[in-house]
Structures are given as C-alpha cells and as structure tokens.
Design a protein around this ligand. Structure first.
Ligand SMILES: CC(=O)N[C@H]1[C@@H](OP(=O)(O)OP(=O)(O)OC[C@H]2O[C@@H](n3ccc(=O)[nH]c3=O)[C@H](O)[C@@H]2O)O[C@H](CO)[C@@H](O)[C@@H]1O[C@H](C)C(=O)N[C@@H](C)C(=O)N[C@H](CCC(=O)O)C(=O)O
Ligand SMILES: Nc1ncnc2c1ncn2[C@@H]1O[C@H](COP(=O)(O)OP(=O)(O)OP(=O)(O)O)[C@@H](O)[C@H]1O
Ligand SMILES: N[C@H](CCC[C@H](N)C(=O)O)C(=O)O
Ligand SMILES: [Mg+2]
Length: 487
C-alpha cells in the first residue's frame, strides 16, 4: 500500500475532494481490471471516455479517483483529484508508484518512423556484449537483462513501462533502450520518465490516420526532444529533412549523424553484399552483417550513441562487427534450388522502398524479385496505394495479400493497394487474400536465383482478423514451402 499523496507528487492538481492521505493498493486506468483500494485514473481515449466508468470503478473497489472532470455527485468516502490531463497524471503517478525507476538506470529513447526496433535491439546487443546488464522495451519483446517478456505495444502504457523499469532496477540493469512511438508520446505514456538521451532515426509516411497530418505527426515526435533534461543527449540523423527540426527546442546536448551531410558522426558505405557491408565510420573500417543504406544509418546511430555513453571507439567497432540481424528484419533463407526468401518488417512506404532498392542493388544477373505484401487494417489507409505503387514499380512480380486486416475487409484493403499500381505494371500483379496461398504462389513463381520478398509482418507470429489472432509466421511458412517444393 502507498499513500495517494506520495503517488501524486509532481502531478498538476486543480481540485481535491477528500483526503490524499489515504493508502491505495495500485493504480488502474481500466474499470474492468480494478482491484480493492485502487486509485482509478479516468482517461479520455480514442474509443471511449474513462470518466463514464468512474461509478463502476468505485463499485469494484476503487478508493480514489483521478479525473479531468469531477462527477456531479461526489461520494464522501472517496477521494477525488482533478487534473488537467489524465494521461499525464497517470504517467507521473506510475513513475512515483514504482519509485521513479528511470532515475536508477540510463534510459535511452529511440524515435522515428523506421528503425526504432533495429536501433534499440542492436544497442541492447552491443551493450550486453560490452559486459553490461541491459534492458530493452521494443515492438518484438521486452528484455530485463536475459529475461524475456512478451509485449503487444511498441511503447506500452506508463504503468507497464515503469513496472518493467522497476524489474530492471531490481536486476541491476545499467542501461535501458526503449522505442518511443508517436502514439506513446501523444498518449503521454513516456511522461515522467527521465531520459539519459534520445535518438531520431527518420521521418516518413505513417499513422496519418491517428495524427491527421504530417506536421502534427512530426511535432509529436519532436516533443521527446523538447522534454529532455539539459544533461541528456539528443542525437539526430541530419540526412533526414526533419532531423534538425527535432533538435530545434531541446535543452539537451545536440549531436548529429549522417552519410551525406556534414555531421558530428559520419559514415560511408565502401562495399555492399548480400552477407554484409563494409562501412567506414569516422576513420575506421568495420564489417556489418546488416545490409542496405538504412542499416548503415542504424549502425552509425548505434556507434554514436555508444560513443556518447562513454564506450571506447575501437571497442564499439569491434562489437558492431559482431551484431546480428534482428528477427524479421531482412531475415533470409536460401533454398537448395537457390531461391532466396527475405522476410522483412517493411510496413511503411519508405521502408518498402528502401528494402526493395537494397535488394535490387544486390542483383547480379536477370533474377526476378517477387514481392508479397499487404497493408494492415484499422491503420493509416493513405499508405495503401503508395505501397502498391512501390511494390509494383520495384519488383518483377507482386502478390498483393493480407496483413492483419483487423476489422476491415481484406478485399477492400487490397483494392486500395491496387489503386497505386500504374497501368504498365498491372500485369505484374496478382491479388490473393489468403497470405499463406500468396506466399505459396510466390514460391511457385520463383525460378533458381530469384528473390522473394515477404514484407510487412517481419517477426510477427500471428495474423489478426476480426479480433481473432491465428498463428502465422512468414519465415516458417516460406522456409517449409521452399523445402517442400524442392523435394
Ligand atoms: C489507438 C490507441 O493507441 N489506443 C490505445 C489507448 O486506448 P484507447 O484510447 O483506445 O482507450 P479507449 O478504449 O478509448 O478507453 C479510454 C479509457 O477508458 C477505459 N475503459 C474503457 C472501457 C471500460 O469498460 N472501462 C474503462 O475504464 C480504458 O481503460 C481507457 O483508459 O490506450 C490503451 C492503453 O494504453 C492502449 O492499449 C490502446 O492501444 C491500442 C490497443 C492500439 O492498437 N494501439 C496502437 C495503434 C499503438 O499504440 N501502436 C503504437 C506503435 C505505432 C508504431 O508503429 O509506431 C505502440 O506504441 O504500440
Ligand atoms: N533506419 C532506417 N531507415 C529506413 N528504413 C528502415 C530503417 N531501419 C529499418 N528500416 C526498414 O523498416 C522496417 C522496420 O524496421 P524497425 O522494425 O526497426 O522499425 P520500427 O521503427 O521499430 O517500426 P515500428 O513503428 O513498427 O515499431 C525494417 O524491416 C526495414 O525494412
Ligand atoms: N506498429 C505498427 C505495426 C504494423 C505492422 C503491420 N504488420 C500491421 O499489422 O499493420 C502498427 O501497429 O501500426
Ligand atoms: Mg518497432
């Protein structure tokens, strides 16, 4: 049990009814999960308003209510606390509740449209190899040093974040790398955290359904840097046209990285092969197993971060050469018949373009590139024609298919992707709703030396349709199919 007053430390309060000296058991923002003597935080969400559930929360055992608008009828035994923002209050309360765990380790946030999982997971790998105890909060999984926990969010809610940071404190973790999504910033899931630094990878088209406009999306990402403390570092990719914008109002110490522009940290790609690339980072050459221009940026971001955090430069390079691909990011399998299948999490137009350009740059003869791709349901619709266009203009053949249709019709999503296919590319396209059938078709189309790209789902091991998730693993399916076909 904790005193409500202590949990509220630092929260901007506009009114109180009842005593804040009460002891509460837990913080909860969902009336369906409330426990005895909890404090319920009412949050205005995207689907409904938590304020509607205050009575239900009290009936289920809540002892205190934190809300933006006080209910008309107040109950004497209940403490009500009025705040400006339920989301912000919850984030600060969550940090207090768990003893401000972000202060007891070095927390680095990674934001940007693409590359967050890659950069944060590789930083985790690198710092582990350097001998530290490390934590990771990523789209794929949460790691408390070696212990793995599942996750459904890129940036979880504030209570979840702080509960894992507390576990990291208990395990003696020194560095934690976390992905900071635009939803996370907008819903203030990361307010109240003390960051040692933040990294910006790049900004392109995504989530414009949620954020309405590109400017709004960009401004939200910038808030991570605006809120950094003075002693923190802010590292940005200045080859991206929004790179410097991110640092405009930060108090933190600014650092830049780039392949093309003048920057604090510079790199060059000397050689690119299927199995890796040779990079020149500052004055030294280093072999990276991860390929593509975008991974040169990722490696440079990692190098700069490790340098800023005090690791020795040559040691960083040695560790970079040992880093392994992240699950579902350019994960490849070469069949006995020399068909290469690549599974990649490219689910934005920019990522799809990058991965296809990388594949095309590695072609040595007249092998075909066959792309299997879909777009998620209940997500940014405006990316659908763009991804249809990119897939069909940069591949020889394309199978349009489903990628987590969620509550939408798979046929309708595919039709929206087809809109972006130019007339001269229409004959390259076949549309097959069933993703397994789509992958099977691509395998049947493939001749020796051809390359099949299966984009969009990467590490995901499910397909979500109408609220139901069935097991589905692109990599396993394509590997089995290629082996079966080769018998
Ligand atoms: C659109 C979105 O981001 N929604 C998130 C949000 O829920 P919401 O705003 O829809 O909540 P709501 O259903 O309107 O309910 C409002 C409040 O009433 C409460 N409630 C509701 C019903 C009830 O009976 N009782 C009750 O108390 C809810 O607990 C909530 O506090 O807050 C929830 C708690 O933090 C999140 O789990 C939920 O994520 C949903 C599931 C989701 O799919 N989010 C995705 C889009 C997301 O966040 N993605 C980003 C990654 C994006 C990227 O690729 O960069 C991520 O960081 O994972
Ligand atoms: N620095 C980068 N720039 C552009 N594209 C990238 C970069 N790094 C990775 N990608 C591409 O984007 C895909 C997604 O990468 P990653 O999972 O690291 O991004 P993310 O930002 O974590 O995505 P999410 O928003 O889903 O969490 C990769 O599979 C690859 O195709
Ligand atoms: N973090 C992203 C992942 C998209 C991955 C893609 N496979 C999809 O389901 O749309 C999102 O939730 O929008
Ligand atoms: Mg991610």
């Amino acid at each position: 049990m904790k005193t409500l007053k202590d949990i509220l430390y630092g929260v901007g309060i506009s009114a109180v009814s009842g005593s804040t000296a009460v002891m509460v058991n837990n913080i909860c923002f969902d009336s369906r999960a409330i426990g005895m003597d909890d404090v319920f935080v009412a949050i205005k969400g995207t689907l409904t308003d938590g304020h509607q559930f205050i009575d239900i929360a009290i009936a289920a055992g809540a002892k205190a209510i934190v809300c933006e608008e006080l209910p008309e009828k107040l109950i004497n035994e209940i403490t009500y606390v009025q705040v400006d923002s339920g989301n912000k209050a919850m984030a600060i309360m969550a940090s207090n509740f768990y003893g401000n765990p972000s202060k007891n380790l070095k927390l680095v946030g990674v934001t940007g449209t693409n590359g967050k999982t890659t950069v944060s997971s590789l930083l985790y790998q690198l710092f582990k190899k350097a001998g530290f105890k490390v934590g990771l909060l990523s789209t794929i999984k949460i790691l408390v040093d070696d212990k793995v926990y599942p996750t459904r969010h890129t940036t979880p809610d504030a209570l979840t974040i702080n509960s894992y940071l507390k576990l990291m404190n208990d395990a003696g973790v020194e560095y934690c790398f976390m992905e900071v999504s635009s939803h996370g910033i907008h819903q203030r899931r990361t307010d109240g955290l003390v960051f040692e630094g933040a990294i910006f990878t790049n900004l392109s088209h995504d989530h414009l359904d949620y954020h309405h406009s590109f400017a709004e999306y960009r401004n939200i990402k910038k808030q991570l840097f605006d809120n950094l403390p003075k002693k923190a570092f802010a590292l940005t990719n200045i080859d991206d046209k929004n790179g410097l914008f991110m640092l405009q109002n930060t108090k933190a110490k600014k650092h830049t990285y780039a392949l093309k522009s003048y920057a604090d940290y510079k790199a060059q790609i000397l050689e690119n092969q299927f199995h890796g690339q040779l990079l020149k980072i500052e004055e030294n050459e280093v072999w990276s197993r991860l390929i593509g221009d975008f991974n040169a940026y990722n490696m440079l971001a990692i190098y700069a971060t490790a340098d800023i955090l005090g690791l020795e430069k040559l040691e960083i390079l040695r560790l970079i050469s040992e880093l392994e691909n992240v699950d579902g990011r350019f994960q490849y399998y070469i069949s006995k018949q020399k068909v290469t299948a690549i599974v990649d999490y490219a689910h934005t137009p920019d990522a799809l373009k990058n991965v296809l350009e990388t594949i095309n740059s590695l072609r040595t003869g007249n092998e075909n590139v066959i792309t299997v791709v879909g777009c998620g349901g209940d997500r940014d619709k405006s990316k659908r024609p763009l991804m249809g266009h990119i897939a069909s203009s940069l591949s020889n053949k394309v199978v349009l298919t489903s990628d987590n249709p969620r509550s939408e019709s798979p046929t309708a999503i595919i039709a929206e992707m087809e809109v972006g296919v130019e007339p001269q590319n229409v004959q390259k396209i076949v549309s097959i709703e069933n993703r397994e059938q789509a992958i099977k078709t691509a395998c049947m189309m493939a001749a020796p030396n051809d390359i099949i790209l299966i984009a969009g789902k990467g590490h995901e091991t499910y397909q979500e349709t109408m609220g139901t998730r069935i097991d589905f693993d692109d990599f396993k399916i394509v590997k089995d199919l290629l082996n079966g076909l080769n018998k």
